[in-house]
Write a protein that binds this ligand. Structure first.
Ligand SMILES: Nc1nc2c(ncn2[C@@H]2O[C@H](COP(=O)(O)OP(=O)(O)OP(=O)(O)O)[C@@H](O)[C@H]2O)c(=O)[nH]1
Ligand SMILES: [Mg+2]
Length: 637
């Protein structure tokens, strides 16, 4: 019997919750059945925090692909922040079918990653929080899925929350489908209710269920088959949608085999997006087995594979068997929206904490990042700095966080939005300036709506929609990215932590002119030394401090902000005047407000144009570019 044509047997039910038996069965399947197995490819998409990773983890556990406690969020920063940063592949086996799953990030800065993934799957699980209902990123990922002609399966998740409104959420999702122009077929989506956290799914709220079987069955029923002999018989075509890097193997392409078979050692042709063809050779092939990658000699149409051997491969190119085959439709890569300079740290504390500090080391690290970080662009042409272009503050912050954890030390300039100059079509007329715009969705307690509206209007935000939303006011703004930069911190303070703000890039639109922001001034140290509690006690009346007592400071280091007005120079090392009189307010009695800790993101947000953010494995410090007051005054003239 040809394995490839093996009929699916219902009795082969590899679904034994978390049991060793399930894993033994999996080992058997992988060795003997996998080569001819039916394949389905799905992505899990949603707004940030709606439960994608929890669901993926539970699917892996219940099908015996991972132990309890193993998570798709495996990177240290992901674990720390509790968010997904990189989309990741896994596979599970259910009823003799291999289901490749891509868990995607929900944060808007990584939206373009989701878009690429969608190109390579045949359906999506659209997760929606049963209490929050559809959120901005739900709309974005659903729109992209619908445009690609995918028919989503809707999963209303977190139905265990006390304030869950699953039926309402379902209605809202249906409305969203209609607003986004879904076809009749797409509108006829299947809805599954779930508690990803407990690994439970049910078709009807009243159903009894202890596991995810109902969802798995829907996947088998609804997701189109990716494999099939008729596709395998065609000449090879693979398209990478993601990149990875391995110290030994170099650049790796993660792609879907649309047609044919791929073999280790095979000679191939790579068709570029611009229409050129180059030769290459496949070195190694891996498929996904749970989270692990498993080397294989060959793989067939329908599967998602990781390929080594093509050092210059890029997203959206087509790997094929013959030079005259047609390329697959290109995959769009979103342009960066902000930029900043990375440079060697030259503060008085430079080199104390970092292991890799030189310009060459930073350059090499950035070049390596370009291997895998698809949204990133870097201009290495200047001798003084490297200009890094990214998709948002979080995108950049994650790169910096990774670098400092690896032992790098550097400083960066204030992030700026990218302004594009488009030549006018009318001769003789000046060119047009375009800047990135975002759609910002804000939920705030009703009484605070006024404050938010007035602040964002000053920052050139325009209200698109406003209305009540579960006890809050929801306001949707269209606002230049420039207007939002540096606003988040203020928003948290203004709404006392009760507001939600999420935004995503929509398009480059005509430049709206100067934006007036009420910026806080900087409190800059005019001396080097150790900060003293007594001095800080007096300074904390003027603004929030970034440092506590006994922290070493240098001249030109920014140690806090100034609530009112311009920058000031201060002496944080000044001790109390010594007198013979014993005063009541002895140094020990001083109680300092806890400092506002400078995190990378906060630093990037609050820093001013004439400052650098110093990033080392141990510290994040803010400093003036020009350290002495004389130099700063001279430069202002
Ligand atoms: N009450 C409840 N909480 C859940 C459920 N599913 C997930 N959560 C919680 O929601 C939070 C976010 O879950 P994740 O799975 O990380 O969400 P995500 O969609 O992967 O988030 P991003 O990848 O950052 O977009 C975690 O604290 C989960 O424990 C659920 O069914 N019920
Ligand atoms: Mg996640």
């Amino acid at each position: 019997m040809c394995r490839r044509h093996r009929k699916k047997k219902e009795s082969n039910f590899y679904y034994l919750k978390n049991s060793t038996a399930a894993r033994q069965q999996i080992n058997f399947i992988v060795e003997f059945l996998l080569p001819g197995m039916e394949i389905r490819n799905i992505a899990i998409i949603a707004h940030v925090d709606h439960g994608k990773t929890r669901l993926t983890d539970a699917l892996m556990q219940q099908t015996g692909m991972a132990e309890a406690g193993v998570s798709m969020d495996s990177n240290a920063i992901e674990l720390e922040r509790g968010i997904t940063i990189y989309s990741k592949n896994t596979s599970i086996i259910y009823k003799d079918t291999k289901i490749n799953i891509v868990d995607t990030p929900g944060h808007a800065d990584f939206g373009s990653e989701v878009e690429r993934v969608l190109r390579s799957v045949d359906s999506v699980l659209l997760l929606v929080d049963a209490q929050e209902g559809p959120m901005p990123q739900t709309k974005f990922v659903l729109r992209k899925s619908l445009q690609l002609g995918l028919k989503p399966i809707v999963v209303i998740n977190k139905i265990d929350k006390p304030a869950a409104r699953p039926k309402w959420a379902h209605e809202m999702v249906l409305e969203l489908f209609m607003d986004l122009g879904a076809s009749n077929e797409q509108l006829d989506f299947t809805t599954v209710y779930a508690i990803a956290k407990q690994g439970i799914a049910k078709m009807d709220l009243a159903d009894e269920s202890q596991d995810l079987k109902p969802l798995l069955d829907v996947i088998l029923k609804e997701v189109p088959l990716a494999s099939g002999q008729e596709k395998i018989d065609l000449p090879l075509r693979v398209q990478p949608f993601n990149l990875a890097y391995d110290n030994f193997l170099g650049r790796l392409a993660i792609g879907r085999i649309y047609e044919g078979q791929i073999k280790a050692g095979q000679n191939v042709f790579v068709k570029t997006i611009s229409g050129e063809t180059r030769k290459g050779k496949i070195n190694k092939i891996f498929t996904f087995r749970g989270l692990a990658r498993q080397e294989t000699e060959e793989a067939s149409a329908g599967d998602i594979v990781m390929i080594a051997g093509l050092p210059d491969i890029y997203i959206g190119e087509t790997i094929c068997a013959d030079a005259d085959q047609a390329a697959l439709p290109a995959i769009n890569i979103d342009e960066p929206t902000i930029s900043l300079n990375f440079l060697v740290n030259n503060s008085p504390f430079a080199g104390r904490e970092g292991k890799f500090v030189t310009s060459r080391q930073i350059k090499e690290r950035l070049q390596k990042e370009l291997e895998v970080n698809v949204g990133l662009k870097i201009d290495f042409s200047s001798s003084e700095y490297y200009k890094v272009y990214g998709r948002g503050e979080l995108h950049i912050a994650i790169l910096l966080e990774n670098m400092r954890r690896e032992g790098y030390e550097l400083q960066v300039s204030q992030p700026k939005v990218i302004i594009k100059e488009v030549p006018s079509t009318v001769s003789g007329q000046v060119s047009k300036k375009l800047e990135p715009f975002e759609e910002a969705t804000i939920d705030v307690p009703d009484k605070l709506a006024g404050t938010v509206i007035s602040k964002l209007s000053k920052r050139k935000g325009v209200i698109i929609k406003i209305g009540p939303e579960h006890g809050h006011t929801r306001i949707i703004f269209e606002i230049p990215t420039r207007g939002l930069l540096g606003y988040r911190g203020e928003f948290v303070v203004d709404t006392r932590g009760e507001g939600i703000l999420c935004s995503r890039f929509i398009d480059f639109k005509p430049y709206v002119g100067e934006i007036e922001k009420r910026e806080l001034g900087s409190m800059t140290s005019m001396v080097a030394g150790k900060a003293l509690g007594y001095a800080l006690y007096n300074l904390q009346e003027r603004g929030a401090l970034y440092i506590g007592a006994n922290v070493a400071v240098y001249e030109g280091m920014v140690i806090g902000n100034v609530a009112k007005g311009d920058d000031i120079e201060v002496n944080p090392t000044k001790g109390k005047q010594q007198t013979n009189m014993r005063s009541k307010s002895s140094d020990e009695a001083i109680i300092l407000t806890p400092p506002l800790e400078l995190t990378l993101e906060r630093g990037l947000e609050i820093m001013q144009d004439d400052e650098y953010l110093e990033v080392t494995p141990q510290s994040v410090r803010l400093r003036k570019q020009l350290l002495t007051k004389i130099d700063r005054t001279r430069a202002r003239r």
